[in-house]
Design a binder for this molecule. Structure first.
Ligand SMILES: C[S@@+](CC[C@H](N)C(=O)[O-])C[C@H]1O[C@@H](n2cnc3c(N)ncnc32)[C@H](O)[C@@H]1O
Length: 399
C-alpha cells in the first residue's frame, strides 16, 4: 500500500486560506463556479454580479504558490473563458499560456440554437520558455494503440501461446480496421514469442548520422556472420549490446538475411496530447454511486482529471485545488497513487455552502480513505462537521 502524507483539506473561503498556504505546488487545478447564473438547488451559489472581481484577488496568489516548473489547469466554459484568459494573462503572463483544451463530453446545455457539449481546460505554465528549454515532453496514451494492444493480448491468450495462430488471429482483427487506423500504427502487426506486438524497422544508419557500428552479428542458429548494412548500423556498439540483450534485434531464418530492429508498440503507444478530446461525462454518476453522499451539481470526471494530472505532473506531485467542491481531485490523486505507487498530495480548499462539506465532501472522502488506503487531514471553521454535527456556515462570499 502507498504511504502518502495526508491530503490537507481546509474548510473556508479560499480568499482567507490562500495567503496562509506555502508552495511550491507542481500543479494548481482551478475549477471555479462557472457563473451559470443561478443557485443550484442543493449545492453552491453560481451567480456573480462581478465574476472577474471575485476571481482576481484569488488568482493573484498563483505566482507565489507555483513551482518554477509548475502548471495551472483551469476548468471553465464559454460564459467566462474570455475573462479568465485575461485574468490569467495578467497574473502569469500571456506568453505562459500553453494552450486551451476542449473536452467534448455529453450535452450539458441544450437550446434551440446550439447544443453545448464542451468544457475548456485552460493551461498555463509558470515559465513556459523554461519548460520548453528543459526538454519536457507531455505524453498521453493513444486510444487506437491501446485497442491494438488489447486485440493482440486477446489473440495471444486465445491462441494459448502459439505464436503463428496468435498472429493470424490478430491480423484477422486488424484487416477490416486498417483503413481507419493511421498507417504508422498498422505496421505493428507482428506478435513475438512473448505475445508482444511489434513492427520491424530498417537497421541501416542514415547518411547524416555521426556515430554508427559496423559490428558483424552472428546468426544464432547457423553461427555465421549476417550482412552488415552498407552505411553501418543505426546504433553504436553500446546500444547494439543492449538491444541484443533485450531481444530487440530480429534475425532472419538464416545468416543470409540482414537482421532487423524490433520496435515494440507498447513503447510507442503514447502521443503528444491533442487540444480536443472526447470523454463521456461520468462525474455525477460516479458520485451518486457512493453510499451516503448527497447531491452535488457537476462534479468533475475522474478520468478527465486523471488524464491531465498524469500528463503534466509526476507521481510525487504537490497539487493545489482551491475550489475543491465534492473532492474529485483528491480521489483522483488517491487512485493514481494506488495504481502506480506515487505520493501525490492534494491540498484542497472547500467553501462550506449549501451543506456540501457535511453532505458531500466528508462522506466522499471518508469513502475514499477506505477505498484507496490514504488519509485526509481537516482544518478550518467547519471541522465540527466531522463529528457529525451540522457544519458552521462559512461566509457566502461573493459566490
Ligand atoms: C465547479 S465547483 C467545483 C467542483 C469540483 N471540482 C468537483 O469535482 O467536485 C466550484 C466549487 O467552488 C466552491 N467555491 C465557491 N466559492 C469558493 C470560495 N470562495 N472558496 C472555496 N471554494 C469556493 C463552490 O462551493 C463549489 O463547490
Amino acid at each position: 500500500m502507498t504511504t502518502t502524507a495526508p491530503h490537507p483539506v481546509h474548510i473556508g473561503d479560499n480568499l482567507d486560506v490562500l495567503p496562509h498556504l506555502e508552495g511550491p505546488f507542481d500543479l494548481i487545478y482551478l475549477d471555479p463556479p462557472y457563473n451559470t447564473g443561478g443557485r443550484v438547488v442543493t449545492g453552491y451559489t453560481d451567480r456573480f454580479e462581478d465574476w472577474t472581481g471575485f476571481m482576481a484577488p484569488r488568482l493573484a496568489h498563483l505566482p507565489r504558490l507555483l513551482a518554477e516548473h509548475g502548471i495551472v489547469i483551469a476548468s471553465i466554459d464559454d460564459r467566462e473563458i474570455h475573462h479568465l484568459r485575461v485574468l490569467l494573462d495578467d497574473v502569469l503572463g500571456a506568453g505562459n499560456h500553453v494552450g486551451t483544451v476542449v473536452w467534448d463530453g455529453s450535452t450539458i446545455n441544450s437550446s434551440h440554437l446550439l447544443s453545448v457539449s464542451h468544457d475548456y481546460l485552460v493551461i498555463y505554465a509558470k515559465n513556459h520558455a523554461a519548460l520548453k528549454a528543459s526538454g519536457t515532453m507531455w505524453r498521453q496514451p493513444r486510444d487506437d494503440a491501446q485497442a491494438m494492444l488489447d486485440a493482440a493480448a486477446t489473440a495471444w491468450r486465445t491462441a494459448a501461446g502459439d505464436r503463428a495462430v496468435a498472429q493470424q488471429r490478430f491480423r484477422a482483427w486488424l484487416t477490416p480496421r486498417r483503413s481507419s487506423l493511421p498507417r504508422g500504427l498498422t505496421e505493428y502487426d507482428r506478435i513475438d514469442e512473448t505475445g508482444a506486438l511489434y513492427r520491424v524497422g530498417d537497421p541501416g544508419a542514415p547518411s547524416v548520422q555521426a556515430s554508427r557500428s559496423f559490428r558483424e552479428l552472428t546468426h544464432p542458429r547457423t553461427e555465421l556472420p549476417c550482412p552488415v548494412p552498407k552505411r553501418g548500423w543505426r546504433m553504436n556498439d553500446a546500444s547494439m549490446d543492449r538491444m541484443l540483450e533485450t531481444g530487440l534485434i530480429e534475425f532472419g531464418p538464416d545468416h543470409t538475411t540482414q537482421p532487423k530492429l524490433k520496435r515494440m508498440l507498447a513503447d510507442n503507444a503514447t502521443a503528444v496530447p491533442r487540444s480536443v478530446f472526447r470523454q463521456e461525462r461520468e462525474g455525477a454518476r460516479h458520485l451518486a454511486g457512493i453510499d451516503g453522499v448527497g447531491e452535488f451539481p457537476f462534479p468533475k470526471d475522474l478520468a478527465v482529471l486523471a488524464r491531465w494530472f498524469d500528463t503534466v505532473t509526476g507521481p510525487d506531485a504537490r497539487i493545489l485545488d482551491p475550489f475543491l467542491g465534492s473532492g474529485t481531485s483528491i480521489e483522483v490523486a488517491m487512485a493514481l497513487n494506488l495504481a502506480d505507487g506515487g505520493t501525490r498530495q492534494v491540498t484542497g480548499i472547500a467553501l462550506d455552502e449549501g451543506g456540501i462539506v457535511q453532505d458531500v465532501l466528508v462522506p466522499r472522502l471518508r469513502h475514499c480513505e477506505r477505498t484507496y488506503g490514504q488519509t485526509v487531514s481537516w482544518s478550518g471553521t467547519s471541522s465540527s462537521s466531522l463529528a457529525g454535527k451540522r457544519p458552521k456556515r462559512g461566509s457566502e462570499s461573493a459566490a
